[in-house]
Design a protein around this ligand. Structure first.
Ligand code: SF4
Length: 327
């Protein structure tokens, strides 16, 4: 399948949170959760976004769908710059852009029935009423592998995997085009993870959905992603088509993450040498100049401390931000 029509274009996006204020209330330092990131997600594709906890991947997901207001930069959705849209102007876009949350326990209101949880956004957007609304809820339950008997039950009566299915049905209720899947399988048993991934893929084929799929390690995004981005401390360090990234990774950080994926075959595992990262991830509060990965990089050189390397196309749409590949 050819994915060549941009649906989500992110240009120099920043999301900072104030970390310290002066006596007079002026912000003196910021947590730079997302710092000057640019990328495109084409219609119908899945961008897998990977990085350690605290790298800013959830923040960028929330900023794209405007749960957070961007500090600077542009979010262009289907050709329209929505970066500065007010809440009322965002309303039609809220329908097109949905989110599936990581924690299927905390993200569902325990006092609401499944039918009410799924029906809530149908009501907010005033899409349908009465029998039509009821039929839509039943259709959605079937679509995620549940059935109409579940409509009047409460979240606590379901397993983690079933709750995540309810969360997915809720996201689908308003017929979105784009869904931010924020670590949707991280809290689930390994045995359930593949089922949820397969279901998301089937729904994508059926409904023509576009996904931003956020995960904390590369093994989780391999199957579902068309292309993969690797984030570190608010920056994109590498991005490429899924197979290209796994077979020809360039950035030292990506290589370290790939080496940490368990290999089931013992012979292959013996050959696969794990690259151990030394040191801690630096603080995202006003990080010093230069490459954000320099304190943990075995190839770090003088210029790596002077200026941040730009994310550059190294050929055939394989992007990396590293001076090792400067031509
Ligand atoms: Fe390592 Fe320098 Fe490349 Fe950063 S720019 S990953 S410090 S070699």
């Amino acid at each position: 399948m050819k994915y060549d029509r941009p649906l989500v274009e992110i240009k120099k996006l920043k999301k900072y949170f104030p970390a310290k204020k002066s006596f007079f209330g002026k912000v003196t330092s910021n947590v730079k959760a997302v710092d000057n990131m640019s990328f495109t997600i084409n219609k119908g594709e899945t961008l897998g976004l990977v990085g350690e906890s605290g790298c800013g991947k959830t923040t960028i997901g929330r900023t794209i769908i405007k749960l957070y207001e961007p500090t600077d930069g542009q979010i262009i959705y289907d050709g329209t710059d929505i970066s500065r849209f007010s809440s009322s102007k965002m309303l039609p876009y809220r329908r097109k852009m949905q989110m599936i949350f990581q924690d299927p326990y905390a993200s569902l209101d325990s006092r609401m029935t499944v039918g009410d949880i799924i029906g809530e956004s149908i009501d907010i957007h005033n899409l349908m009423k009465g029998k039509e609304r009821q039929e839509r809820i039943q259709y959605l339950l079937n679509k995620v592998g549940l059935n109409e008997d579940h409509t009047n039950r409460y979240p606590h009566e379901f397993s983690g995997g079933q709750r995540q299915r309810i969360g997915i049905a809720r996201a689908l209720a308003v017929e979105p085009e784009f869904i931010v899947c924020d670590e949707p399988i991280s809290a689930l048993d390994v045995s359930i993870q593949a089922q949820v991934i397969n279901m998301l893929e089937d729904l994508q084929d059926d409904l023509g959905l576009t996904y931003l799929f956020i995960a904390h390690d590369l093994s989780m995004v391999k199957h579902i992603s068309t292309k993969i981005g690797v984030m570190y401390l608010g920056k994109m360090l590498e991005m490429a088509e899924s197979n290209e990234l796994y077979q020809n990774s360039l950035h030292p950080y990506t290589r370290a993450l790939l080496s940490a994926i368990p290999v089931p075959n013992p012979d292959m595992a013996a050959k696969n040498k794990r690259i151990m990262l030394e040191g801690e991830t630096p603080s995202p509060i006003d990080p010093p100049p230069g490459c954000r990965f320099k304190d943990r990089c075995r190839y770090s050189m003088k210029r790596c401390s002077e200026k941040d390397p730009e994310l550059k196309d190294m050929g055939s749409g394989h992007y990396a931000a590293c001076y090792l590949y400067d031509k």
